[in-house]
Design a protein around this ligand. Structure first.
Ligand SMILES: *[C@@H]1O[C@H](CO)[C@@H](O)[C@H](O)[C@H]1NC(C)=O
Ligand SMILES: *[C@@H]1O[C@H](CO)[C@@H](O)[C@H](O)[C@H]1NC(C)=O
Ligand SMILES: *[C@@H]1O[C@H](CO)[C@@H](O)[C@H](O)[C@H]1NC(C)=O
Ligand SMILES: *[C@@H]1O[C@H](CO)[C@@H](O)[C@H](O)[C@H]1NC(C)=O
Ligand SMILES: *[C@@H]1O[C@H](CO)[C@@H](O)[C@H](O)[C@H]1NC(C)=O
Ligand SMILES: *[C@@H]1O[C@H](CO)[C@@H](O)[C@H](O)[C@H]1NC(C)=O
Ligand SMILES: *[C@@H]1O[C@H](CO)[C@@H](O)[C@H](O)[C@H]1NC(C)=O
Ligand SMILES: *[C@@H]1O[C@H](CO)[C@@H](O)[C@H](O)[C@H]1NC(C)=O
Ligand SMILES: *[C@@H]1O[C@H](CO)[C@@H](O)[C@H](O)[C@H]1NC(C)=O
Length: 821
């Protein structure tokens, strides 16, 4: 549960889900049954017995094309199956009928058959829409006479009870393929399918290349998704027998509305509909980090998100091309330090723990063998490179007799992998294996090292890169597909100059902490934002480097994405994805624009920020305290999804550190926790405090001025607290959204906000609790204690570091907050 993620953003979701349904819907033609006597015409519907699903005509957004589909009866309706996905009907004159011999056909305005289900040869056929979303053809009144079912021909969605995989007898291969775009259900680029080679596993294809694999089934879970076990609401089933190989899931509570989709952006998501908030909550999105992508580290390479760099060689192996490897080009992978010595029988095995097993399409499986036999068999076969048990309970045997690819290490879950090594390599220390020491050094040392490394990478990539660099985020482009770059690409100065029209004043978006921010365009399409370090700003250099080194390593949809940097000649610029909706404060604190942020959007923003912060605090490779969370540092993309930005003041902390102390108090007046402002002590809980302030600001549309308690009205926390204590919490809610509000959610959010701003850091929840609280609307939250008001009289350092953001909030990238550091 803790890891659950929300779908990208509400507006995006709405956009996607909000199909324009036929106007003037006429009544359904007879419940859930279609008979040869009466075709289904545009405007008519079949409704499943329990009213969960509807079958009828629909148009996706931004098109008038008509399709016959099945959708969940939720609002907005969510299409789960499309019959004529490749063959739209251009007007409202199409119809669906069942022929006298039991073939479903769709006829267009010219009476031409544009889709058919294949013939069935029934005597008295009917088609029926079942309450699990299956549309079946059968003999009327005869049970078990099914001859065709929509479940055998999935679109982009797998519903509970649907099989993803093969009927080996008939050769039927059921897979899910994304739509081309939100307005076109035709088969898109991404397909999730069962691969039968070796030990079966599910593979996400992008065209003809493999993007991600789930790993094989180990009796309990898919080895590539260990966290699946946390989601108790889903039961996963994986069947391998002589007739069938398929994967299927059920929900533990059958009344849950759930789906698994492969989205046109190439993400697999399992989501559940929350009826009270009218949205889909995503429980798992894959692939989720760079290590998930196929063979990131080459042959015999191991990917570990906790390490930096993320790729290392298996123990007993060394990089094949040391120079490239050091430069983080991992494509060539690794090779043995010492060749195996099969004949003398001196080889042995090193056991690696918490592993996503190497690609099993190149493996041989014997499900009955015991592990010691497995080991013996591997030793006997000179081409055997590794073995593992097929079942997590220790039975069964998987043997690899080829090079090992696509191995990753998890921090929990995964399996043991036994890699065969020559005797001499068995005794080796942690030489080239994935080493924690590296992390230690990185995290433990001052940012200097990071900074140095990162500049190096930048320069290096710059040298070997063609112009018009590709954002590192586009892992699907060729270079990254080959497993090369998750580090920061460098942009050519010429490209930057061209993109910003030579830093022209027209392109200037605003003034940031360490220099101006410009809007730019890469080629025709891609809009970017460019932050330029002023040549004169000496102190900005630190923030620039800090930002560059930190964000380059972070990957989350709720964090601003750094596309690259440019450090050529005197110029130092950072290139970001462009955020057309600027920052949250430009909406929140503007009377006219505040109405655009309805309750759902605000809730979505709160959740997004929480997810982003959780990632920083806990889930990213580095553990990071942002230290300057505030409305102007929350940027909004075109769908109003929040992205945390500005890492100029962020700090890495080690796992064993709970709080750090600093002499220099930086941050923004009004968002700073009392212990930090007064004593310079900061911890994740200071970010939680700032988050709490943000939540209350988002709900109220008012700014927390951070003034003294005596100036009662200006202090949002004081105001919120007193309303809460009087039992009038809802009065806090911004008037401009009073019509879209969900009272239960609003009350919970206010309470949550107040919990986060409690005076004592210990009382404040961690971000993972916050995310849980936001996700589970039924948990009753504890009662908040009094907030930590901003101190009446701050220490001198704080006074001098008072923010000057307000005037600059028009910035695309709001400024860092501190003057005198
Ligand atoms: C596809 O998935 C991504 C990642 O979860 C999400 O941001 C995006 O909104 C999704 N698109 C649609 C149309 O659901
Ligand atoms: C489609 O139906 C409309 C009325 O709904 C009619 O005006 C039009 O002529 C029809 N088109 C064809 C090709 O039959
Ligand atoms: C069923 O009917 C359709 C159209 O009427 C025809 O094309 C098909 O051959 C028939 N199939 C069988 C098995 O009779
Ligand atoms: C697999 O296909 C065969 C041949 O069409 C069919 O007889 C069998 O029932 C199918 N198996 C399952 C489990 O659906
Ligand atoms: C998906 O299924 C279709 C239809 O069975 C098949 O033609 C296609 O090859 C499958 N794709 C993959 C990647 O298995
Ligand atoms: C281990 O799991 C396999 C398959 O799930 C099962 O057949 C076998 O009986 C289990 N063995 C033990 C010892 O539990
Ligand atoms: C199942 O879910 C429904 C609706 O979400 C809920 O009302 C019901 O209490 C749940 N049942 C169980 C056993 O959890
Ligand atoms: C077997 O081991 C011996 C001594 O370690 C070595 O000299 C010999 O080359 C090895 N044989 C093979 C076939 O590798
Ligand atoms: C080693 O195992 C592979 C896969 O099981 C098999 O194809 C090969 O014939 C075996 N080689 C020897 C020498 O036994």
């Amino acid at each position: 549960m803790e890891l659950f993620e929300k779908i990208g953003g509400l507006p995006a979701t709405l956009l996607f889900l909000f199909f324009i349904f036929s106007s003037g819907v006429s009544p359904s033609i007879g419940g859930d049954i279609l008979t040869p006597a009466q075709p289904l015409t545009d405007g008519q519907e079949l409704i499943s017995a329990g009213e969960r699903f509807i079958l009828g005509f629909f148009s996706p957004i931004k098109t008038n094309n008509r399709y016959i589909g099945i959708w969940y009866k939720v609002s907005p309706p969510t299409v789960v199956w499309v019959a004529n996905r490749q063959h739209p009907i251009s007007d409202h004159n199409g119809s669906l009928s069942i022929t006298a011999n039991g073939t479903l056909i769709i006829i267009n305005q010219n009476s031409k058959i544009i889709w058919s289900s294949g013939s069935s040869g029934l005597a008295n056929p009917v088609a029926q829409l079942l309450d699990d979303g299956n549309f079946i053809v059968k003999e009327a009144n005869i049970l078990g006479s099914l001859t065709w079912q929509s479940f055998d021909y999935p679109s982009d969605t797998l519903l509970p009870g649907m099989k993803l995989g093969w009927n080996l007898t008939s050769g039927l291969n059921r897979n899910i393929t994304s739509w081309t775009s939100p307005s076109d259900p035709a088969s898109g680029l991404y397909t999730g399918a069962m691969d039968l080679h070796g030990n079966p596993q599910l593979i996400l294809w992008e065209g003809s290349s493999q993007l991600w694999r789930t790993g094989s089934w180990n009796g309990k879970t898919l080895t590539g998704i260990p966290d699946i076990l946390h989601y108790k609401i889903f039961l996963l089933e994986f069947v391998i027998n002589n007739d069938e190989v398929f994967c299927m899931y059920h929900t533990t509570n059958t009344s849950l509305i759930a789906r698994l989709t492969v989205n046109y952006t190439g993400i697999c998501q399992r989501s559940v509909w929350l009826d009270d908030s009218k949205m889909w909550i995503s429980y798992l999105s894959e692939p989720k980090d760079p290590c998930d992508y196929m063979s990131q580290c080459g042959v015999y390479g191991v990917c570990n998100m906790d390490d930096s760099p993320m790729c290392s060689c298996l123990k007993g192996f060394k990089p094949r091309s040391p120079t490239n490897w050091d430069l983080r080009d991992w494509r060539d992978g690794c090779m043995r330090m010492t060749e195996l010595d099969c004949r003398n029988g001196t080889d042995g095995f090193v056991t690696m723990k918490n592993i996503k097993l190497p690609d099993t399409s190149r493996s041989t499986v014997d499900r009955s063998m015991e592990l010691n036999e497995c080991r013996a068999m591997c030793l006997r076969n000179c081409s055997c490179t590794a073995y593992a048990s097929a079942d997590i309970n220790g039975t069964g045997c998987i043997i690899w007799t080829t090079e090992l690819i696509d191995i990753r290490v998890f921090s929990f879950g995964g399996q043991d992998l036994n890699v065969r090594l020559a005797a001499i390599d068995l005794g080796l220390g942690l030489h080239h294996s994935h080493s924690r020491t590296m992390v230690g050094i990185l995290v433990g040392s001052v940012l200097g090292i990071l900074l140095f490394a990162s500049v190096g990478i930048c320069i290096w990539i710059h040298r070997r890169r063609r112009t018009g660099a590709v954002p590192f985020a586009s892992h699907r482009n060729n270079e990254c597909e080959e497993g090369k770059e998750w580090e920061l690409p460098s942009f050519d100065l010429g490209t930057i100059i061209a993109a910003t029209n030579n830093f022209s004043i027209e392109n200037k978006l605003g003034q940031g902490g360490f220099g101006p921010v410009y809007k730019g365009k890469l080629g025709e399409e891609q809009e970017i934002a460019i932050k330029r370090l002023s040549k004169t700003s000496a102190q900005g250099t630190d923030e620039f480097m800090n930002e560059m080194t930190l964000i380059a390593k972070l990957q989350h949809r709720n964090l601003i994405r750094l596309l690259g940097c440019c450090t050529q000649r005197e110029e130092r610029t950072l290139v970001y994805e462009y955020m057309p909706n600027k920052s949250l404060d430009t909406f929140l604190f503007d009377k006219d624009k505040a109405v655009l942020l309805d309750w759902q959007t605000r809730y979505n923003i709160i959740e997004g920020i929480a997810q982003g912060l959780l990632y920083l605090h806990r889930d990213s490779r580095l553990r990071i305290i942002h230290r300057d969370l505030k409305a102007s540092n929350i940027l909004l993309d075109k769908d109003m999804n929040p992205k945390i930005s500005d890492f100029g003041l962020a700090r890495i902390f080690r796992e064993d550190e709970t709080a750090l102390n600093t002499r220099r108090v930086v941050g923004t007046y009004g968002y700073m926790s009392p212990e930090y402002a007064m004593d310079g002590v900061f911890s994740v809980k200071s970010d939680v405090f700032s988050f709490g302030v943000l939540v209350l600001e988002i709900i109220s549309g008012k700014k927390n001025r951070g003034v003294s308690i005596s100036e009662y009205k200006g202090n949002l926390l004081a105001h919120a607290w007193s309303l809460w204590m009087e039992g009038n919490g809802l009065e806090l809610v911004d008037e401009s959204i009073s019509n879209s509000i969900s009272m239960v959610e609003a009350i919970n959010c206010i309470k949550l906000g107040l919990l986060c701003v409690q005076e004592s850091p210990k009382d404040r929840p961690t971000m993972s609790s916050v995310v849980l609280m936001l996700g589970n609307r039924n948990t009753s939250l504890p009662d908040p204690k009094r907030p930590g008001f901003f101190p009446t009289r701050a220490r001198p350092e704080v006074e001098s570091s008072k923010s000057k953001t307000d005037s600059a909030s028009i910035n695309e990238f709001s400024i860092t907050t501190v003057e005198g550091r």
